[in-house]
Design a protein around this ligand. Structure first.
Ligand SMILES: *Cc1c(COP(=O)(O)O)cnc(C)c1O
Length: 377
């Protein structure tokens, strides 16, 4: 007999996920009655609590209310979405931009739209789940290459007889903090007549000149084979996502992308806030502070074998699920919130602490974390 109480197989204790009500107060977070320093947020620049960002959203809500009421293609297409799109395109160095509801919706919709039965997708094994799901939904042929193994990617490309090819990769990898080699990937695209889809959710605002991201750093922004996706929920401290490419590509997506067409538009308070965040990112102080914090953290933890990463994602490999949970619990006893990331989010046997740094951390808080890690790991 099946009902809603016994539908799912029980999840073993060390794999169980828990939604714990978490009250954020700036860089602090209250969970289970304890106030901890938050090293588990992608709000890398601390902009989610910046007065300019919050005020922009509040003003917009006071002027025009909250919900957008409909899809962008019906009546939800606020002028602020268009302003944000032109500013993002100019800042990132692309012809055109399309703002959508979230990164998950962007990636699922993109791959569903770009790739049909005649396409062949080539994906890094550690790509974000949204790219995996989009690939499944597309119905395209799907090959995965080992993480950053571009020799293997090249041999897969050579064997492909599909009409269309798309290489799909995270820019900065969300659970590892390392980066794809975008100049190599774009060269492979040119040699094998392929498109390149880069999800740089973690790179915008954190790497490149004044946070322009990985495609700027690699000098490939605006390339005609490139589609870049980024989110407003991380460095921007808001919510939502954006897609960048040529004007023709963006127009094609507007005509066909189901997660754009059949989903309610973002409330205009979000592009209002994101425009304020973009101004702060371009101005550069927050990124400088983030870089200073990263340098300090690396100095203080040089004795530990952190995974190689020059980004604010600084994972510490632990191995077993149980050990990772044990260290995370001990850190919480020391007033520090660092989550244990376990399979299936990461491969078996690579459970880790995923430490994320923010411009909002004070020096003393970073030293406190480094001291605790040296004692506990
Ligand atoms: C966070 C993230 C997403 C999803 O973005 P949301 O706006 O949170 O839905 C997609 N890709 C990567 C690499 C991410 O880190």
């Amino acid at each position: 007999m099946s009902n809603s109480r016994n539908w799912f197989k029980p999840v073993p204790a060390e794999r169980r996920r828990r939604l714990a009500a978490s009250q954020r107060r700036g860089i602090l977070i209250e969970r289970d009655g304890r106030e901890l320093i938050n090293f588990a947020s992608n709000d890398y620049l601390g902009l989610s609590a910046h007065p300019d960002v919050c005020q922009a959203a509040i003003e917009e809500i006071k002027r025009n209310g909250l919900g957008s009421g409909a899809s962008r293609l019906i009546s939800g297409d606020d002028p602020l979405l268009h302003r944000l799109e032109s500013e993002l395109a100019a800042w990132k160095g692309f012809e055109a931009c399309l703002v959508v509801g979230s990164g998950m919706l962007a990636n699922i919709g993109l791959l569903q739209t770009l790739a049909g039965r005649h396409a062949h997708l080539f994906a890094d094994r550690l790509n974000h789940a949204s790219l995996v799901d989009g690939a499944r939904l597309s119905g395209a042929k799907f090959s995965r290459f080992e993480h950053l193994d571009y020799a293997q990617l090249e041999s897969l490309l050579q064997k492909s007889t599909a009409e269309q090819r798309i290489i799909v990769s995270d820019g900065i990898f969300s659970m590892d903090g390392d980066a794809a080699d975008l100049s190599t990937l774009i060269k492979l695209c040119e040699q094998h007549d392929a498109l390149l889809l880069i999800d740089d959710a973690h790179g915008a605002g954190t790497v490149g000149e004044r946070g322009k991201g990985l495609t700027d750093l690699a000098g490939i922004a605006g390339h005609e084979r490139l589609i870049e996706m980024g989110t407003l929920g991380k460095s921007f401290g808001c919510y939502g996502a954006f897609i960048l490419s040529t004007a023709e590509m963006i127009e094609g997506l507007k005509q066909r992308m189901r997660t754009l067409i059949y989903s309610t538009a973002l409330p205009a308070a979000l592009p209002a806030a994101a425009l304020a965040a973009l101004q702060l990112i371009r101005q550069g102080d927050a990124i400088q502070q983030l870089q200073n914090n990263l340098t300090l953290f690396k100095q203080e933890t040089s004795a530990l074998s952190l995974m190689p990463s020059d980004t604010p994602i600084q994972p510490l490999l632990i191995g077993s699920d149980a050990d990772a949970l044990k260290v995370a619990a001990a850190l919480a006893d020391n007033g520090l919130f660092v989550p244990a990331i376990r399979p299936p989010t990461v491969p078996e046997g690579t459970s880790r602490l995923r430490i994320t740094l923010s411009a909002a951390h004070a020096e003393a808080q970073i030293r406190q974390l480094a001291d605790a890690l040296r004692r506990l790991v």
